[in-house]
Design a protein around this ligand. Structure first.
Ligand code: FEO
Length: 385
């Protein structure tokens, strides 16, 4: 008997939870594609015993060495004693660096390699930097199915297994959040990989990521198209205003900029760092044409939560953004200069004149902020026309 069984291991922590998926392929040989986070090893063993009965696992396929997928690999090798462990060339290097093994039966499978399980074959495609240099995709042509590891993941834990069984709006939202916070810096690689996969002309009925729900039938084309859109980072008619404030002066400046943007018909999202996690902010920034940042001067710098946010944003390398900065100060007044430098480092095109105010904004200062919002709004409309 041959078949394919999916195993999902759920945790509840992000808003919709998440899963660490791994997969068993049951043929003449049995292959386990990926493992799970170490803390879920017991649950994985139970799921495997339930799906496999007395049969042994012959092969491991390790698509990615990050510990959420390979954290229990040493324990799994000890438990299942696989004949072979297949991984990419960079995967072998990462495996050695993580586990310092001496006698594991590792076999490197670069792009173009294939193995037989009996009726089914597995073909390997390196997908470097999606998410790490070692990442690869495993394709089974007989089942028209690809195991994509991090690619196409979403942080959703549910009793449903397939995207078509779940609320599509929520799936898309989760896909965007995942992309904005994990895949975004590798967008050029996503475009190259999608092109390469297209040229391979793989016949695919199912895309099985290692986080969240599985895409099947027409949803495969849907997620591929969405990833192309995400990677192209075309800006939308939207601005995100992200700030922290000490005594509400910077908040007043931000709200006045929001008024100006609104008057130009721009969709506005105002996000106080005291009430928003940086990943939530990044999910909004991802699609926006502009980001407005605000902080008072604090000890000759900016407030720490804004420094944290900007450090995170810079690492994710968002493209095609306009930027503007506002801030209040008591005496030294470096905030706007520092915020502008951050915007430039992130790669934003800075729209002037930025606004800063000593202590409490006057009516005139707030009018300057409204005007900055209008100027930025016009620039957004030109950019998104
Ligand atoms: Fe889900 Fe790169 O690990």
């Amino acid at each position: 008997m041959t078949g394919t069984a999916a195993i999902s291991t759920a945790i509840p922590s992000p808003p919709r939870g998440t899963t660490y998926n791994n997969y068993l392929i049951i043929d003449e040989k049995v292959a386990l594609v990926d493992t799970v986070d170490r803390s879920f090893f017991s649950q994985m063993k139970c799921n495997i015993a339930h799906a496999l009965g007395d049969r042994k696992i012959d092969y491991f396929v390790i698509n990615h060495l990050e510990p959420d997928h390979a954290g229990c690999l040493a324990e799994a090798v000890e438990k299942y004693q696989p004949e072979k462990i297949y991984t990419s060339p960079m995967g072998e290097k990462a495996m050695k660096a993580h586990f310092h093994y001496e006698d594991w039966p590792v076999e490197v499978v670069p792009t173009g390699s294939e193995i037989s399980l009996g009726e089914k074959t597995l073909h390997f495609v390196e997908t470097r930097m999606l998410h790490w240099p070692d990442s690869m995709l495993t394709y089974c042509p007989e089942a028209k199915l690809a195991f994509t590891n991090d690619a196409f993941g979403q942080n959703i834990a549910s009793s449903e297994r397939f995207v078509d069984e779940y609320d599509r709006h929520e799936v898309l939202k989760a896909m965007k959040e995942y992309y904005a916070n994990i895949v975004l810096p590798y967008s050029p690689v996503v475009l190259k990989t999608l092109k390469a996969l297209g040229e391979m002309n793989l016949d695919i009925d199912m895309l099985c990521p290692d986080h969240g729900l599985i895409f099947r039938d027409e949803d495969c084309a849907w997620v591929l198209e969405k990833y192309k859109e995400f990677a192209e980072q075309k800006p939308q008619n939207k601005a995100v205003l992200v700030y922290d404030t000490m005594w509400a002066s910077t908040e007043k400046l931000i709200l006045a900029v929001a008024t100006g943007l609104n008057e130009e018909g721009i969709s506005v999202k105002v996000m106080n760092m005291k009430h928003n996690h940086h990943s939530t902010v990044m999910s909004e920034v991802f699609e926006a044409a502009a980001v407005v940042v605000g902080s008072p001067t604090h000890n000759n710098g900016i407030l720490p939560m804004m420094a944290d946010m900007l450090t995170y944003m810079k690492g994710l390398r968002p493209q095609n953004k306009l930027g503007a900065a506002v801030g209040s100060f008591g005496w030294s007044g470096e905030c706007v200069k520092i915020l502008n430098k951050w915007l430039e480092d992130i790669g934003c095109e800075v729209v002037e004149p930025n606004v800063k105010v000593k202590h409490i904004p006057t009516h005139e200062t707030l009018k300057e902020c409204v005007e900055l919002g209008r100027t930025l709004g016009k620039a957004i409309k030109e950019k998104t026309a």
